[in-house]
Design a protein around this ligand. Structure first.
Ligand SMILES: *[C@@H]1O[C@H](CO)[C@@H](O)[C@H](O)[C@H]1NC(C)=O
Ligand SMILES: *[C@@H]1O[C@H](CO)[C@@H](O)[C@H](O)[C@H]1NC(C)=O
Ligand SMILES: *[C@@H]1O[C@H](CO)[C@@H](O)[C@H](O)[C@H]1NC(C)=O
Ligand SMILES: *[C@H]1O[C@H](CO)[C@@H](O)[C@H](O)[C@H]1NC(C)=O
Length: 722
């Protein structure tokens, strides 16, 4: 397919006076559909430059067009407002509309070949598959894959099994992502201001009833099957919403402090839920901290005479036993309260105002990130600062404890993620990212660290490298220069672009010739049939099986001329019984040994270090031929130690080149089997073998890890589609 006129302009269409936005070939020959800015779709025969039909869609420019190919003459056209029009090409009319297929513009839609399935995607970061199986000809949503459509505002692991991550986003939704399988993820949806009104008025899709994005949330699964287990603050809002994880929806209450005017600029800034799931604690920007019952939504008291803090509340936390509440205020005070009596126990002055606060409930260790980019760690029993860490050069966005409370991991605007070892008080890990990390959360089982990043919609998972290899966790030196880790992406990387450019250079299509070796990282197999190498090791068994039961016998019939014994008296010679009963027709080749071609090439190889010729000879032989050649290498069978060394060199060369991998293994195995007895007595050979052994092992470990990796991917794909 290398046509010289491939890139030659053949014809120019005059156009339709407005911009063309989509172009799609129709199933009919020479017919294309042209989508225009005006919302028109023109079905045009390009051979005769003739318009066959025109449709007009009212939703603005056509973004994308596709034709059904399973026997229905239907065309789908996408629009910038998320609707899809379905047109009948025979009756030349609109037969259906799929409104709000996506919440943003449809960026692409395609009917699957010969299937009643339409795949659409949009700028809302969703991929949907619609099936056309109903009588109305309307698409029914079959499958959906959806992420957040705007940047994330907060992520936290949910539950104790470490498999779900709750994430809130600027798009106003709260979603739960499973780290195990997409099957288990779910969206808790948008928060609606008043569900009942919305239902009654059928306002489902109007933006005005949606709550602003969640900025903070706390979740506790202890009573999730009884009542709501998630409490969330919304951007610029005073009241906090509750959410139900099990029912995947916004919950029953809006917890709103009484006595605060709704139109004041006071907002909720910090929340926590007790580990029993009964109480929620809400801190406000005014400094007030209130307790609510999660089951009933009733106000259960507040801390402080009027307010807990004079500044805004930057963090609230309850200990694991509902005894102590810790609150941090922007006026540089950390306060300890009795949970039941709401009495102030202790107030601690800080050097700088706290930015965020995090409590590790099991150990009672409290992490405080300060506005001066330092971190303080307190023990809530003794109420003393036990560690202070500095090193970040930017605002600390988030922190998380490892499940055992040993490590504190912090993420900051300076694009670094740092791991601090609490017992030793040292920084043990630090790496830089190309995009500043916003939130970090460690799974309760310690297997993953999840991060969210500026300008990224996804959640990134990091695994604990010490699970896979031995890492010495030494304190990093003060002048340690962290390396930059690139976030994995779906966009093409630099290297791929280079590759593409290179391939683009040759405009002629060259038939692909597979190189002898694809990559130095991989091994290549010979293309010899399996029978040539697979059974080499079992050759003796096969021979034994195929061996005639008895040696061929001389027929016992009387000869025609009976031999006589020379002498005076004629006497018949009695045939002597064969002296060697074991003698068979199988000739012992060792005795007849004459230097074979292979042997000669190996000898040559010793001089010029070229083993290609010898290898090629060996490749042409069948299994028993190979065995004979290898057997004859040993000094007992007419060979020499030198030639055996040459053979090992040949194997070494094969391993080096990483080609004919299976042959190298099979030949070596047979060689070892045949000469096992004599090899140890030859130091020269032994030395060679030790070298080979490490080489074989290295290659194999590499291969094995590749195999394992492939198996994992395969298993994953299998589990994802079955
Ligand atoms: C999490 O990320 C948001 C922005 O996405 C940031 O405002 C916030 O400070 C981060 N940390 C916490 C603890 O929410
Ligand atoms: C809040 O609204 C009331 C009337 O509803 C008004 O008198 C008051 O000035 C408003 N306060 C603010 C901070 O907007
Ligand atoms: C990482 O793995 C090692 C080895 O299993 C374990 O000792 C360590 O606690 C893990 N780290 C975290 C933060 O879970
Ligand atoms: C998760 O996957 C399921 C099924 O694959 C899908 O229905 C759901 O919308 C997805 N949700 C998110 C948040 O990705």
């Amino acid at each position: 397919m290398c046509l010289p006129h491939l890139s030659k302009l053949l014809y120019t269409f005059p156009g339709w006076k407005v911009g063309v936005t989509a172009l799609q070939q129709a199933p009919a020959v020479d017919v294309v559909a042209i989508g225009l800015v005006s919302g028109q779709v023109v079905i045009h025969n390009i051979k005769y430059d003739e318009t066959l039909m025109k449709f007009h869609q009212d939703w603005g420019p056509i973004t994308s067009i596709s034709f059904r190919t399973d026997g229905h003459p239907i065309m789908a056209a996408g629009s910038p407002c998320g609707h899809i029009g379905l047109w009948d090409l025979e009756d030349k009319k609109l037969i259906n509309q799929m409104r709000n297929a996506h919440s943003t513009a449809i960026s692409g839609l395609t009917f699957l070949h010969r299937e009643p399935l339409l795949v659409t995607n949009g700028a809302d970061n969703a991929l949907r598959i619609w099936i056309f199986d109903g009588p109305t000809g309307e698409g029914r949503l079959l499958r959906i894959r959806m992420g957040h459509s705007a940047s994330l505002t907060k992520i936290r692991y949910y539950g104790q099994n470490g498999q779900q991550i709750l994430s809130a986003s600027q798009d106003g939704t709260l979603q739960s992502f499973s780290t195990v399988h997409e099957k288990f993820n779910k969206s808790l949806g948008h928060g609606l201001v008043n569900k009942k009104i919305v239902k009654r008025k059928g306002l489902q899709n109007t933006m005005s009833v949606r709550l602003p994005p969640i900025t903070q949330f706390a979740a506790e699964e202890a009573r999730q099957s009884d009542w709501d287990g998630i409490i969330a603050c919304h951007q610029g809002k005073l009241s906090c919403s509750t959410w139900n994880y099990q029912r995947s929806t916004i919950g029953a209450y809006f917890l709103k402090p009484r006595g605060v005017k709704t139109n004041s600029s006071i907002t909720a800034t910090a929340v926590d839920i007790t580990s029993c799931g009964n109480f929620a604690i809400i801190g406000l920007s005014s400094g007030a901290v209130d307790v609510y019952n999660m089951q009933s939504g009733i106000h259960r008291g507040s801390f402080g005479d009027d307010k807990a803090h004079t500044g805004s509340v930057r963090g609230v936390a309850v200990d694991g036993l509902n005894q102590l509440v810790v609150t941090a205020g922007s006026e540089r005070l950390l306060k300890f309260w009795n949970f039941k009596t709401k009495v102030l126990i202790h107030s601690l002055g800080l050097d700088s105002s706290p930015n965020m606060m995090l409590l590790h409930r099991d150990s009672g260790i409290l992490g405080l990130a300060m506005d001066d980019f330092s971190i303080a760690v307190l023990d809530i029993e003794t109420r003393k600062i036990v560690r202070e860490f500095s090193g970040h050069h930017g605002q600390i966005n988030d922190m998380t404890f490892s499940p055992d409370g040993r490590w504190l991991i912090s993420a900051a605007m300076d694009c670094s993620v740092r791991t601090w070892d609490l017992p030793s008080g040292c920084l043990i890990d630090c790496f830089l990212l190309d995009s500043a990390p916003l939130n970090v959360t460690m799974s309760p089982t310690g297997d993953f660290l999840a991060t969210s990043h500026v300008d990224h919609l996804g959640i990134y998972l990091w695994s604990n490298i010490s699970l896979y290899s031995v890492v010495s966790l030494r304190p990093l030196p003060p002048d340690y220069v962290p390396s930059i880790v690139m976030l994995p992406g779906t966009c093409q990387t630099q290297g791929m672009e280079d590759l593409e450019e290179k391939t683009e250079l040759s405009d002629e299509m060259i038939e692909y010739e597979s190189p002898e070796q694809l990559s130095e990282q991989l091994v290549t197999l010979s293309l010899l049939p399996e029978s040539r190498w697979k059974n080499l090791l079992n050759l003796d068994i096969i021979k034994k099986k195929n061996k005639p039961k008895e040696p061929p016998k001389v027929p016992q019939s009387a000869p025609f001329f009976i031999p006589t014994v020379p002498g005076l008296v004629p006497r018949f010679a009695v045939p002597e019984p064969s002296s060697d009963p074991q003698q068979s027709k199988v000739v012992n080749l060792g005795i007849l040994a004459q230097k074979s071609n292979f042997y000669l090439k190996l000898e040559e190889g010793l001089l010029n270090n070229q083993y290609e010729a010898a290898l090629n000879l060996l490749k042409e032989l069948g299994p028993s031929g190979i065995e004979t050649e290898l057997r004859n290498l040993s000094p007992d069978d007419g060979g020499s130690v030198e030639v055996m060394r040459s053979f090992l060199n040949m194997i070494g060369m094969m391993l080096d080149r990483k080609r004919d991998f299976e042959l190298a293994q099979a030949y070596l195995a047979l060689f070892l089997k045949l000469h096992l007895r004599m090899l140890p007595s030859e130091p020269a050979l032994l030395e060679e073998l030790v070298k080979l052994s490490s080489q074989v092992e290295k290659d194999w470990t590499h291969l094995q890890s590749l195999f394992n990796q492939s198996m994992c991917v395969l298993n994953y794909i299998k589990s994802a589609f079955l």
